[in-house]
Ligand binder design. Structure first.
Ligand SMILES: Cc1cc2nc3c(=O)[nH]c(=O)nc-3n(C[C@H](O)[C@H](O)[C@H](O)COP(=O)(O)OP(=O)(O)OC[C@H]3O[C@@H](n4cnc5c(N)ncnc54)[C@H](O)[C@@H]3O)c2cc1C
Length: 371
């Protein structure tokens, strides 16, 4: 069986590694001309995601470990400290993608760059993906791992993304010297923001801020956005405003998710990762969920459960994450949330899903999946 994977980001490369480990032939087709790296967001990889990666033979050395989380309030008071447990990591998405793509290549698997998917045709037991430059790729299965704005999803079920109510700012600073403990992620519950930062062993501060606001309209200049962020942070007796002031490039994006969630499959086409179940960033689980997808998909095909089995095992867990993240976001941004009733409908559907990471042992590579 040959699997054509559209998207060589986080979900696509991980799926390639997992499917290869399960004995399937794969090729990856990525739109970016070179690495597929983005403008520079960073991720916290949670223990469950790290575990899924280990199951497919990847131990990421990029970034740095996180072992504890400290929460402080807007007056700088410590509210809580908790051990993260397991293997958390803070890593730039671009570094993670490069590492995963290098692993794909080192296993002799094919990645084609500059391949922007535009359409697919299913004919009997084959599916053919077509790319903007005229290239084609044929296989038995097509996986759409092309992210939040998936072109594959547009063919299957063009569910529009939903604005979750917050703008997300982030950046890196080599000049900021905020108070911190090594390997801690410092979360600051500000009066007008939700802020997080971690300082790498080299002294670089990685930070993000989430602000309740209407979606970005494209008209505001970068300088105006930075000023607006600083105005939200300055009233607090915390290091957050100084961190932003010591940052040269401040990046910003909208927090989006997919509610309602789309249909995941049609015949020989399947969506995974953000293309299928993008959550807003509050739970910090998007990449980890993509790694879990990769393991469970490969095992579902290996153990002859097919795409039906894969969806049955994955949908409740990822939709629960979408709901949790949407709720966390909405608690801070009730005025700007769109379509909150649809989040509530999704919550009711998955109210009984266990909170533990892997109660059924689905991620254990050697364990057969329940039929
Ligand atoms: C601000 C922010 C902070 C976040 N923080 C965290 C965090 O702390 N922890 C966490 O786990 N997650 C976090 N996430 C979520 C995480 O980034 C995503 O869940 C994850 O990147 C999803 O991986 P993916 O491979 O499905 O999609 P993507 O990473 O978006 O990759 C999709 C790939 O498909 C390619 N592509 C797109 N269109 C086409 C096409 N037509 N043809 C071919 N290729 C195409 C793209 O170039 C890209 O390489 C955050 C997201 C945001 C926006």
């Amino acid at each position: 069986m040959h699997v054509v994977i559209v998207g060589g980001g986080i979900a696509g490369t991980a799926a390639a590694l997992a499917l290869d480990k399960a004995g399937f032939s794969v090729s990856v087709h990525e739109a970016h001309a070179d690495s597929g790296a983005d403008i520079g967001a960073f991720l916290t990889l949670a223990d469950n995601g790290m575990r899924a990666l280990r199951e497919i033979g990847v131990v990421p050395q990029a970034g740095f470990p996180l072992t504890a989380l400290r929460l402080t309030g807007s007056s700088g008071e410590e509210l809580a400290v908790s051990a993260l447990g397991g293997a958390y990591r803070c890593v730039r998405r671009a570094e993670l993608c490069e590492l995963l793509q290098a692993e794909v290549r080192s296993r002799g698997l094919r990645i084609e760059h500059g391949a922007r998917f535009v359409s697919a045709e299913q004919d009997g037991d084959r599916v053919v993906a077509r790319f903007a430059d005229g290239r084609e790729a044929a296989g038995d299965l097509l996986i759409g791992a092309d992210g939040l704005n998936s072109a594959v999803r547009a063919l299957l079920d063009p569910v529009p993304k939903r604005y979750a109510g917050q703008q997300v700012f982030y950046g890196y600073s080599d000049r900021a010297e905020p108070p911190h403990e090594p390997e801690h992620i410092e979360m600051v519950r500000g009066s007008g923001s939700s802020f997080g930062y971690a300082v790498s062993p080299e002294g670089r501060t990685y930070w993000f801020a989430r602000l309740a606001a209407p979606p970005l309209d494209g008209a505001e200049t970068a300088a105006a956005m930075r000023t607006r962020l600083l105005a939200a942070l300055r009233p607090d007796a915390t290091p957050t405003a100084d961190i932003v002031a010591a940052t040269d490039d401040v990046l910003v994006t909208n927090a989006h998710d997919l509610v309602p969630t789309p249909r995941w499959r049609s015949g020989r086409v399947l969506l995974i990762g953000d293309a299928a179940h993008a959550a807003s960033p509050a739970t910090g689980q998007g990449a980890s969920m993509a790694f879990e997808d990769a393991v469970v998909l490969a095992k579902s095909l290996r153990d002859n459960l097919g795409l039906d089995g894969y969806e049955r095992l994955r949908r409740p867990r990822v939709e629960r994450n979408i709901v949790r993240s949407a709720q966390l976001t909405a608690a801070l941004a009730p005025d700007h949330v769109e379509r909150g009733d649809e989040v509530e409908r999704l919550r009711l559907r998955h109210g009984d899903v266990p909170a533990e990471d892997d109660p059924l042992g689905l991620l254990d590579w050697d364990a057969e999946l329940p039929s």
